[in-house]
Design a protein around this ligand. Structure first.
Ligand SMILES: *Cc1c(COP(=O)(O)O)cnc(C)c1O
Length: 457
C-alpha cells in the first residue's frame, strides 16, 4: 500500500482452527514416543507446522464457494471446463490432462518419453521428478548454474540453468534427449527462481537442437514475482503477463496444484504435441481416470480454477514472498546461517554451520529440527544426512548439505506466528553448543527419513 512500509496479510480470517499449545514437558514425551522423528508426530501436537508448503495452504471463501459449485458428472462436467479455461488463461497449451497431483503427471510423461538410454536435463530435478525419470530407466541430469550450489552465495536467480552445460549435453547426446525440463522455482535448490532471460536462452538452445522444452511449473507465480522484482527488463510488469511470457517459451509442463494452484490436491500435464498427448491420455485412463477429471473430483477442479485466479494477484504474491523474506531477514540479523537469499516458499537453515560440533553422521540437521520442536512446537524438515546419507549397499556417507527446511504454508500463518518462529530459532541458536547429535536405532531399507527412529547421544 502506498505510503506504508508494513506489508499486511491481504486477507482476514473467516474460519479459525485452534492450535494445541503443548508444554515443553508434553513435547519432550511426544518426541521420545515418536523416536525423535518429526514425521511420526500427530500434527495436532505441532504448534507451527512448517514441514511442507505442499497442499497445506488455506483456501479462500471463493474457493470454498467453488467447491460447492463442483459438479461430479463422470464426463464433460462444467467443473472440467472451468478448470480448463483457468489453466489455459495462464498456460495456453493445446492439450491439458488433469492428474491427482504433480507426480502423477511426471509418471505419465516419463512413462511415454523416458526409458533406458534416455537422458533428461533439468536445472535441478525435484525428488519425485528424478524418481519418475529413473523409474522409467532414463537418466536425470541436474544442470543448475554453479552459483545455485553454494548456499552462502547471493545471486538473484540461483535457479538458472547452466546454458553452456546444456549445449554440451545436447551436442554429445541429442538423440537421447526427449525433452529439456526447467523447474520454476527450483525447489530442490532452495526455492530459487529462474530468470526470463535464462528461460529464453534455454529456449534458443532447444530450438537449435529441435528439442521440446517442458516446465515443472509448481511455483510459477512465485517465480514470476521474483522476475518482476529482480529482473531489470521486467520490473513492475503485471505478473500474469510474465506468466504468459514464460508459458509461451515452453512446449508443455507438469504441475502440482498443491503449490501455486492454492489447492489441497491436484495437478496437470499439458503439451502442444497431439501425438504425445494421445499416448499420455491412454495411460491417464489406466491410472488416474477419464480425461475430463483425471484423479480429481469435480469440486477439486473448481477449487484449482479459482486458486489460479488468486495466485497471480500481486498483493498476495507481495505478502507471500515478503513473509518468507521477513523470517530470513530477522534470523540473518542475529547471525543464523542459512541458504541465501531466501527462496520463495521456505527458509533453509544451515545446520552444518550452525552446529559445527556435531559431525554429519550424528545428524546435525535432525538435532536442530528436534530442538525446534522441543523449544517451540515448530516442525521443520531435515534435508541432510538423515534423508540422503544411506547408500544402496547400506553404508553411510555425509550428504552434501545439512539443512532444516522451514516451509511456509500459503495464507495460513500470520506475522505473529512468524515472530514466534524467530524467537524459537533464536533461543535454540543461543544455546546451540549444548545440542547433541543422534544415532539411528531402527530404519527401513529405503526412504528412511520418514520412519527411522533416533536416540539422543
Ligand atoms: C511438489 C513438487 C512436485 C510433485 O508434486 P506432488 O503434487 O507432490 O506430487 C514436483 N516438482 C516440484 C518442483 C515440486 O515442488
Amino acid at each position: 500500500m502506498e505510503g506504508f512500509t508494513t506489508i499486511i496479510e491481504p486477507f482476514r480470517v473467516k474460519s479459525i482452527e485452534p492450535l494445541h499449545l503443548t508444554t515443553r514437558a508434553e513435547r519432550e514425551a511426544l518426541l521420545a514416543k515418536a523416536g525423535y522423528n518429526l514425521f511420526s508426530l500427530h500434527s495436532d501436537d505441532v504448534i507451527i507446522d512448517l514441514l511442507t508448503d505442499s497442499g497445506t495452504g488455506a483456501m479462500s471463501a471463493e474457493q470454498w464457494a467453488a467447491v460447492q459449485r463442483g459438479d461430479e458428472s463422470y464426463a464433460g462436467s462444467p467443473s472440467w471446463f472451468r478448470f480448463e479455461a483457468a489453466v489455459k488463461e495462464l498456460f495456453p497449451f493445446a492439450h491439458l490432462i488433469p492428474t491427482h497431483q504433480g507426480r502423477a503427471a511426471e509418471k505419465i510423461l516419463f512413462s511415454v518419453v523416458g526409458g533406458k538410454g534416455k537422458v533428461i536435463p533439468n536445472n535441478t530435478h525435484f525428488d519425485t521428478t528424478r524418481a519418475n525419470v529413473e523409474h522409467s530407466g532414463a537418466e536425470a541430469v541436474d544442470l543448475v548454474i554453479a552459483e545455485g550450489k553454494d548456499p552462502a552465495l547471493r545471486h538473484p536467480f540461483k535457479g538458472n540453468m547452466d546454458v553452456a552445460a546444456l549445449t554440451r549435453l545436447l551436442e554429445a547426446r541429442r538423440a537421447d534427449v526427449p525433452l529439456v525440463m526447467v523447474t520454476i522455482t527450483n525447489n530442490s535448490g532452495g526455492g530459487q527462481p529462474v530468470s526470463l532471460e535464462n528461460l529464453r536462452a534455454v529456449r534458443a538452445v532447444c530450438d537449435r537442437f529441435a528439442v521440446p522444452l517442458f516446465l515443472d511449473g509448481c511455483r510459477f507465480a512465485e517465480n514470476a514475482w521474483f522476475i518482476r522484482e529482480r529482473e531489470e527488463a521486467h520490473r513492475g510488469r503485471p505478473v500474469k503477463d510474465i506468466v504468459k511470457d514464460i508459458s509461451a517459451l515452453a512446449d508443455g509442463m507438469t504441475m502440482s496444484a498443491k503449490k501455486d494452484g492454492l489447492a489441497n490436491i491436484g495437478g496437470w500435464l499439458a503439451m502442444n504435441d497431439g501425438v504425445l498427448a494421445q499416448q499420455c491420455r491412454e495411460l491417464l485412463i489406466l491410472t488416474e481416470g477419464f480425461p475430463t477429471y483425471g484423479g480429481l473430483a469435480g469440486r477439486d477442479l473448481d477449487a484449482i480454477a479459482q486458486g489460479l485466479r488468486e495466485v497471480v494477484d500481486e498483493s498476495y504474491l507481495r505478502y507471500r514472498v515478503r513473509a518468507v523474506e521477513y523470517l530470513a531477514e530477522r534470523l540473518l540479523a542475529a547471525g543464523v546461517p542459512m541458504v541465501e537469499p531466501a527462496g520463495g516458499h521456505a527458509v533453509y537453515l544451515d545446520a552444518k554451520r550452525l552446529l559445527r560440533h556435531i559431525p554429519p553422521l550424528q545428524y546435525p540437521g535432525q538435532a536442530l529440527a528436534v530442538e525446534l520442536y522441543r523449544e517451540g512446537g515448530i516442525r521443520g524438515c531435515e534435508i541432510g544426512t538423515a534423508m540422503f546419507g544411506k547408500r544402496p549397499d547400506g553404508s553411510e556417507q555425509p550428504a552434501a548439505m545439512e539443512l532444516v527446511r522451514l516451509a511456509m504454508p500459503r495464507r495460513v500463518y500470520t506475522q505473529s506466528h512468524v515472530d514466534f518462529v524467530v524467537e524459537a530459532v533464536l533461543h535454540v541458536f543461543e544455546r546451540r553448543e549444548s545440542l547433541r547429535g543422534f544415532r539411528i536405532v531402527e530404519q527401513p531399507a529405503a526412504l528412511r527419513h520418514f520412519t527411522a527412529r533416533f536416540a539422543p547421544l
